[in-house]
Design a protein around this ligand. Structure first.
Ligand SMILES: Cc1ncc(COP(=O)(O)O)c(C=O)c1O
Length: 371
């Protein structure tokens, strides 16, 4: 689905030198390299603070802890997401309240949020799924009206710009109280291992996030709150700092690839290409088709036989997962979510795709779909 090897070879000289520099310094944890990357990323991200951590899942967990969410509190989240978004709530004994996504954007439906608010609701967790932004303007208005926190799951959306109705823009992940992202290798800004980060513009929250990610430490060996151990290591920070300089070009390459796919699949009645909401630029972490009247699993196998990978993100929605039985997961009625889980299929999209590869993929998808 991605070609991180070719991408690495294009920046190999800089990456190798940066890694060797970390090895020679022997400062593997924390230090200047991590601090510099966090500063550079905060600037890019239009956020006052960037607090790196070990992965995107930890980022979400630490965000919930820093906001003081307690067992029994409720958070409103889409069910059509990667499990990490909601798993960490359950881990903290916070109840995930699953709601519908918009049938076009696949992101949390603001109209469904208001209906799900109860006296126990503390936060909304929009997910910028596949790189398309959730409607942050509507979500922030609802959050303000009901005094709720907003944690943006921006693991798939880093680099996207949300466009408000007055024409102003903000980076996704910088709009809610806390934004969380992942540097998993296949992400738009991917490390060569695990990594993640949290973003906020709030001074107090920044202190809490930093403290919780470091064993609840306010200063060395003074542990004020229960925290965890979640660090981005210096080797990953050095690599990410180089890749950050290329992030906009990486996004442009993904958008270009999406345009080629869109043209290739245009006007096919069985295929719906990704909707592009005008309120954001879509950074195409995934290129996901919606199929009607096509045996998706047979298509996936047909493509695999031609050497073309395809993935189903996600075949089972969170509310249908066994792990949420205890939270009444199977009592939810989410027809749009269920409908999507049965029809989506993601094609390879990354910075190194060339047009010839894409035409081969398009031709094979169409051969199967049109048979
Ligand atoms: C939407 C979403 N949230 C959270 C995560 C968790 O990130 P990580 O794998 O770095 O823990 C991911 C990435 O896998 C994701 O796609």
């Amino acid at each position: 689905m991605v070609d991180t090897k070719t991408q690495y070879h294009k920046i190999k000289t800089a990456v190798d030198a940066a890694v060797i520099e970390v090895l020679e310094s022997s400062v593997f944890i924390g230090g200047k390299v991590v601090a510099t990357f966090a500063e550079n990323l905060a600037k890019y991200h239009q956020s006052k603070y960037c607090i790196p951590c070990a992965n995107g899942t930890d980022a979400l967990q630490i965000a919930m802890m820093a906001l003081g969410l307690q067992p029994g509190d409720e958070v409103i989240t889409p069910s059509f997401t990667y499990i990490a978004t909601v798993e960490v709530a359950a881990l903290l004994h916070i109840k995930p309240v699953f709601i519908e996504v918009d049938a076009k954007t696949f992101c949390i439906d603001p109209a469904a949020i208001e209906k799900a608010i109860t006296p126990k609701t503390k936060a909304i967790i929009p997910v910028h799924l596949y790189g398309q932004a959730a409607n942050m303007e509507a979500i922030m208005q609802i959050a303000e009206a009901h005094h709720l926190f907003v944690i943006e799951d921006n693991a798939q959306g880093i680099g996207n710009d949300f466009i408000f109705s007055d024409g102003s823009t903000k980076k996704t992940g910088s709009i809610g109280h806390i934004g969380c992202t992942s540097f998993y290798p296949s992400k738009n800004l991917g490390a060569y291992g695990d990594g993640g980060a949290m973003f906020t513009n709030d001074d107090d929250l920044a202190i809490k996030l930093r403290m919780i990610a470091s064993h609840g430490q306010s200063k060395q060996y003074y542990h004020d709150v229960v925290g965890c151990n979640s660090r981005l290591d210096a080797v990953q920070a050095a690599i990410l700092d180089i890749k950050l300089k290329h992030l906009d070009a990486y996004i442009a390459a993904r958008v270009k690839a999406a345009n080629i796919y869109d043209n290739g699949f245009a006007n096919n009645k069985k295929i719906t290409t990704p909707f592009r909401d005008t309120n954001n630029k879509h950074v195409f972490h995934q290129y996901t088709l919606l199929l009607e009247g096509v045996n998706r699993n047979e298509l996936k196998q047909f493509l695999a036989d031609k050497g073309i990978p395809a993935m189903i993100y996600y075949p089972i929605a969170a509310h249908q997962q066994k792990m949420f039985d205890a939270f009444g997961g199977n009592s939810y009625q989410l027809p749009i979510t269920d409908w999507l889980t049965e029809r989506v299929i993601s094609l390879p999209i990354h910075t190194e795709l060339d047009e010839e590869q894409q035409q081969f993929i398009i031709a094979n998808v169409l051969e199967f779909v049109n048979q």
